[in-house]
Design a protein around this ligand. Structure first.
Ligand SMILES: C[S@@+](CC[C@H](N)C(=O)[O-])C[C@H]1O[C@@H](n2cnc3c(N)ncnc32)[C@H](O)[C@@H]1O
Length: 247
């Protein structure tokens, strides 16, 4: 990742002999390859760029998008609220741009994605392979999750799609006892609807949270919250499967 003097970030995949073109002219990839993280390179205009490997959160906000991604503040919270650990089998829908997929996979889980739009599935797969390589256990099927889930004995069902209440009964059949259902929703009306559905299902221990993250400006004696913040993204609702239906 290249960072310019105004803190603008650019993701670059390095190739021997390659060039990166910016508003400040071009940068030779060969000037970067083999250099330590934190080095500074100059573009042809002499403008300086800091070079570091991107963190997962940098990738998520800077990578090519199909659909809107879940922001890092919510991705981190999802790992805790859904209690993600290595080796879990997770059904995720829809995968959109792959930001949530990348987060679950990097925590060591196996992820099967359902996505109704083929072009988004391809963006997600490309982003995942670019960020994490070919070895992660990730497969995406083009299908509508409201029509059912084929898998059984899953550890988690994690949803970022508009009508998760239509998936609650499918998740009851697909999850193992004690498994966790989690959905991310932008509005409280949708959240209320999924909570009503969960309340009459085999799920219990429901929890809905909203994550507010405020960065601070710290410069000498000028110490205060930043003027701007991402005020609203979405609500996270989770529940655990306590009574499994007849299969
Ligand atoms: C906001 S995006 C998901 C973004 C993703 N969580 C990420 O972090 O990159 C919502 C996705 O759900 C998909 N979708 C909507 N309804 C669906 C359904 N019934 N079954 C499967 N995917 C669905 C959309 O096509 C879209 O790609």
């Amino acid at each position: 990742m290249l960072v310019d003097s105004k803190d603008r970030e650019y993701l670059v995949t390095l190739d021997v002999g390659g060039q990166f073109h910016t508003h400040a002219g071009s940068i030779s990839h060969d000037d970067i390859i083999g250099s330590p993280e934190g080095c500074v390179v100059r573009a042809s205009s002499e403008q300086r760029f800091l070079v570091v490997r991107p963190r997962l959160s940098d990738l998520v906000v800077n990578m090519p998008r199909g659909a809107q991604v879940i922001y890092p503040k919510d991705l981190g919270a999802i790992l805790m609220q859904a209690d993600i650990w290595p080796g879990q089998r997770i059904l995720e829908a829809g995968v959109g741009s792959g930001a949530l997929s990348m987060t679950l996979l990097r925590a060591g889980a196996s992820v099967l994605g359902y996505e109704i739009r083929e072009e988004f599935a391809r963006v997600a797969e490309k982003n995942v392979r670019l960020a994490l390589g070919e070895t992660v256990d990730y497969h995406v099927e083009i299908r509508d999750v409201t029509e059912g889930i084929d898998e059984v004995g899953l550890d988690r069902v994690i949803l970022d799609m508009p009508e998760p209440w239509k998936v609650v009964s499918h998740a009851e059949r697909a999850l193992r006892a004690g498994g966790i259902f989690l959905c991310y929703l932008p509005t409280i009306n949708q959240t209320q609807q999924v909570r009503e559905t969960l309340a009459t299902s085999g799920f219990g221990m429901e929890e809905t949270v909203e994550i507010l993250r405020r960065t601070w400006h710290i410069d000498g004696r000028s110490v205060r919250p930043d003027h701007r913040m991402v005020a609203h993204t979405g609500f996270l609702t989770s529940a655990r499967l306590l009574r499994t239906p007849e299969r």
